[in-house]
Write a protein that binds this ligand. Structure first.
Ligand SMILES: CC(C)(COP(=O)(O)OP(=O)(O)OC[C@H]1O[C@@H](n2cnc3c(N)ncnc32)[C@H](O)[C@@H]1OP(=O)(O)O)[C@@H](O)C(=O)NCCC(=O)NCCSC(=O)C[C@H](O)C(=O)O
Ligand SMILES: [Mg+2]
Length: 294
């Protein structure tokens, strides 16, 4: 049964070219929270049909344990998109990732296909065009009527379309990242940050993950197994934060604090909103523990 659970860990989201059978096999034992079987930009036009079959078979194999499986189809407007969608839905992944979504209508069109196929898969939209940024509110708002579950930033395509340069601090993309995050949170969606292309630069990756985490993203798009450990570490709640959250939950549970909206914990003001944050953090920490326990 595909999962649409919003509270599961999504620290690491690893892309694999659909035509690369070795990568698809290797991913069965990699510590990724999410796997994206890519049929779009990582697959050359001549290899698209074969990749579609390879990916469908891999998803059907159920050899990926509890990892969340997404298939990134080609755009529905492209020559391959509709057949990709049909094959993917028959294989029953957890989600379909739509590339280059620019309008709410594109999400609705994909959602109609899910409904027609009686699919339980979630929908995920790549935010990687300038038009998507201008339409981000409407795109995210489709979550109220469709199976849209998350937004995934595509900084490679954004850089191309904006004619922007990717510097280490990603200064050109700060507005796009923040708008995507705000739209995701406004409509209760998961938000996954873009890729870091230099997979032999662990310090640069750690800095990029840290930046994404501080902005509020749930996890990071990855392109190579060597990037998994860093993303899993940076996007997991720190032990100190887990301990602090536990203290807040316990403080609000004390008899003398029943019915209170604000209390003090170790000399700091703590409100009910902090209690909610603490509960959410503990839920994610527990979910990560469950994943680690296998
Ligand atoms: C970038 C790569 C082409 C590098 O591949 P390679 O030269 O084979 O790397 P290594 O020799 O270091 O690989 C070591 C082993 O790891 C396996 N491997 C490599 N990558 C993956 C992977 N992604 N998933 C699973 N396994 C992987 C190799 O097979 C080796 O295994 P072994 O035989 O046991 O030694 C390559 O990493 C790659 O293709 N990465 C993914 C590229 C991709 O999918 N790109 C599309 C999405 S990125 C994007 O653009 C997002 C968005 O749309 C945007 O616009 O920003
Ligand atoms: Mg892209």
């Amino acid at each position: 049964m595909p999962t649409t659970d919003k509270l599961r860990p999504r620290r690491s989201c690893l892309y694999m070219p659909g035509a690369n059978a070795r990568a698809l096999e290797k991913a069965q034992s990699l510590p990724a929270d999410m796997l994206v079987f890519d049929l779009e930009d990582a697959v050359a036009p001549d290899a698209k049909v074969e990749a579609r079959e390879t990916v469908a078979e891999a998803v059907r194999s159920r050899a990926y344990g509890q990892r969340e499986l997404l298939v990134r189809i080609n755009a529905l407007e492209s020559p391959w998109g509709r057949a990709d969608m049909d094959a993917a839905l028959q294989a029953a992944p957890d989600g379909i990732l739509l590339p280059k979504v620019s309008t709410a209508a594109q999400v609705r069109a994909a959602d109609q296909l899910l409904k027609a196929a009686d699919s339980q898969a979630g929908l995920w939209a790549m935010i990687e065009t300038p038009l998507a940024i201008l339409n981000i509110r409407e795109i995210a708002a489709t979550a109220q009527e469709t199976r849209l579950l998350g937004l995934v930033v595509g900084t490679n395509d954004l850089a191309k379309e904006l004619q922007a340069v990717t510097d280490p601090s990603r200064s050109a993309f700060q507005v796009h990242l923040a708008l995507t995050l705000a739209a995701a949170r406004a409509f209760g969606l998961v938000a996954i940050d873009g890729v870091f292309n230099d997979f032999r630069d662990p310090e640069g990756l750690a800095a990029a993950c840290e930046q994404g985490r501080l902005l509020g993203f749930d996890g990071k798009s990855l392109i190579h197994p060597a990037q998994l450990e860093t993303a899993n570490r940076v996007f997991a709640p720190e032990p100190g934060a887990v301990a602090q959250a536990q203290i807040i939950v316990e403080a609000f549970a004390l008899e003398e604090n029943q019915g209170k909206g604000v209390i003090q914990v170790n000399g700091k003001m703590v409100e009910l909103l902090h209690l909610e944050q603490a509960q959410q953090l503990l839920a994610i920490a527990r979910a990560i523990e469950a994943v680690n326990a296998g």
